[in-house]
Ligand binder design. Structure first.
Ligand code: PEP
Length: 251
């Protein structure tokens, strides 16, 4: 585990209805009771729940975020939501460049960069995701792919406070398969070097998250890896008890 304040982030993806707000309320109370031990905690529910969740958590230690944003502040873009709208709804962060959007919604590196810039403009922390596919991994291209994604999608104006970079190998998302601690450490050390050369001193302070099949039973090992400053959790963030168990697994 690195020395910065850890960030424990949950991505609910396309899951959750109003009834699920009880999970967020329970997590808010656990954070307030100190059970997440000095970590920053963030939940990104679907857009439909952002405002209600943010209202529930206003003034508490639990931050609410969006799962994506458009690059423009407003306009003729049916079905999209801007970073400014998320901010207005009470969000403090937004995920950009998730592999599901890169693969299925046409989010190229340039699009991801524009979205990260929009997040910065709106005062949101961008959780920017990078990660290689199984085929790229098997061809030994992991660092080349991550390097390209960082160079082309991290805004040169990004600050340490306004950005977290999440390494999410596509083949680890939702599969139950997690890279070895050594492999995560190698990628995270590479990301740190790359961010430093891109952003200078600010790059040294950007939090580096790992995401992909993080569960209560592997969280301690993942969070203990050098250069890992937190986690981005999908499926296991939906239930307060499971997400809290991940937070409490920190050594
Ligand atoms: C994710 O989708 O960002 C993710 C990490 O999913 P899971 O934890 O379910 O693998």
């Amino acid at each position: 585990m690195a020395t910065s304040r850890p960030l424990l982030a949950g991505n609910w993806k396309m899951n959750g209805t109003r009834a699920s707000l009880s999970e967020i309320a329970a997590l808010r109370d656990a954070v307030a009771a100190g059970r997440t031990r000095g970590a920053d905690v963030l939940i990104c529910p679907p857009f439909t729940l952002v405002m209600a969740a943010a209202d529930l958590c206003a003034g508490t230690g639990l931050m609410i975020g969006g799962q994506d944003c458009d690059a423009h502040p407003a306009g003729a873009s049916t079905g999209d939501v801007s970073a400014e709208m998320l901010r207005d709804a009470g969000a403090g962060a937004v995920i950009v460049g998730h592999s599901e959007r890169r693969a299925h919604r046409g989010d190229t590196d340039a699009v991801v960069r524009a979205k990260a810039e929009a997040a910065g403009r709106a005062g949101l922390m961008a959780i920017l995701c990078v990660g290689e596919t199984r085929a790229e991994h098997d061809r030994g291209e992991t660092l080349r792919v991550i390097g390209r994604q960082i160079d082309d999608s991290v805004p040169p104006s990004a600050s340490a406070a306004g950005l977290a970079l999440a390494y999410e190998p596509v083949w680890a998302i939702g599969t139950g398969v997690v890279p070895s601690a050594d492999d995560i450490a190698t990628v995270h050390a590479f990301m740190r070097r790359r961010l430093r050369s891109l952003l200078g001193a600010e790059g040294g302070g950007v939090r580096l998250l790992y995401g992909g099949s993080v569960k209560p039973d592997n969280a301690a090992e993942v969070l203990a890896v050098e250069h890992v400053d937190g986690v981005l959790v999908g499926g296991a963030s939906l239930k307060e008890a499971e997400f809290l168990a991940i937070a409490e697994a920190r050594r």
